[in-house]
Write a protein that binds this ligand. Structure first.
Ligand SMILES: [Zn+2]
Length: 58
């Protein structure tokens, strides 16, 4: 079974999307889409996503 633990909130969820091999739940996905670029939360998301990208390029 796939690991469906969200990399952002850490919760397990059936719905969501995979970015490479990392899971983002539908709640966080919606949050990300809604979040403004100058919002603190946006930077938080980007930091999390950067970790995935760095892992992919390692
Ligand atoms: Zn989440």
């Amino acid at each position: 079974m796939e690991d469906r633990r969200c990399i952002i909130c850490g919760k397990e969820d059936e719905k969501g999307l995979f970015i490479y091999d990392s899971f983002v739940c539908h709640t966080c996905e919606r949050e990300m889409v809604r979040t403004c670029v100058d919002d603190d939360k946006y930077r938080f998301f980007i930091q999390k996503l950067k970790k995935i990208w760095l892992k992919q390029n390692a």
